[in-house]
Ligand binder design. Sequence first.
Ligand SMILES: Cc1ncc(COP(=O)(O)O)c(C=O)c1O
Length: 409
Amino acid sequence: MEDRDIIKLSEKFIMPTYSRYPVVLRKGRGVRVWDVNGKEYIDFLAGIAVNVLGHCPRKVVIAVQKQVQRLIHVSNLYYTEPQIALAKILIKNSFADRVFFCNSGTEANEGALKLARIYMKNKLGENRFEFISTLNSFHGRTYGSLSVTGQEKYHHGFEPLLEGVKFVPFNDIDALKKAISDKTCAVILEPIQAEGGVNVAEKEYLRAVRELCNQRGILLIFDEVQTGIGRTGKLFAYEHYGIEPDIMTLAKGLGGGIPIGAILTKEEIAQAFAPKTHASTFGGNPVACAAAVATLETILEDGYLLDYCGRMSKYLMKKLNAIKEKYPDKVIEVRGMGLLIGMELAHNGVEIVKKCLEKGLLIGTAGDGSVLRFTPPLIVEKEDIDEAVSILDKAFKEVEFEERLPESL
Ligand SMILES: Cc1ncc(COP(=O)(O)O)c(C=O)c1O
């Protein structure tokens, strides 16, 4: 089938939730993907921060192949080996004592909110049900996660949302202090608001949030769905801040491209999830867990890849800052951590993304559309970065900018 026929059928049969670029991708290796016509692209989006080891990483492919031949699925009524292997790695390398496996970021956040509520209600009574989240956050599309997502554009048409959610500006400790009441159950935030525009939490802010939660007996949930699994140059972004959350959610990079999510927490909090309080049919599926074990083992091998991510981050930042210098009227700021980098433009960025695609580079946008998002695989090489930035440079030269969209909130 030709690409235009596939696109036509997709537009006819798949629900119209996505605005897609007119490309049908067929094959991927490392940092590169190819479409059905054989055109090659450098992938600096990596499935929106999913393909941490690039496309079809050897160890993950082999782990999945072995596992699908042995056991594809059984219920959580039984124990399986890959689940425990994965749990051990996550616990050994994080603040957590316990883990719950699920299938996606939104499912992980949904479970984290339930866990926080049941724990606080058991401990302090019915009244402790409120969540405080941040403006411009993104936590997912199911009702709980959507309700704590601080961007109205995602709420429209789906109200009424979950009761008892307050939003405060990110990086504003005074606003958080004011929002806390005797009903507050938990604060949920991303150490870096990725989808909301690549906004990095300041060190003092996150430490003060931790302190405040300790003082007021409130749980702190870190949504590390996008920042986790090496993306920022540490296995988890919280490690940069010298503090720990009470609950953390993961997904995206965890399975190296195979869908899996997780909720991590301390022993005492985990005990609130007694039998029959929460479950997931596919959660902890053996194939997904085997893929995640292979992914984490590769990332943690000698700590090499995490250091390497830091070095590539510096190189990419330097090159993007050179673009900023070259186009001072078009680029406002380059920011981020590790290989989660945003370039804020003075205009909407969609035309740049389209031009890059035309020239063989995949990138995305974030925030109100004016932030270009770069989340290449952690294995990206200097030559890939040189090639990608040279395409970006040409795109800047050629694109006539449209007006910047208004802020979403
Ligand atoms: C920080 C964060 N949380 C949650 C989600 C939702 O994850 P999923 O699409 O796997 O449900 C995303 C997705 O972009 C995210 O970036």
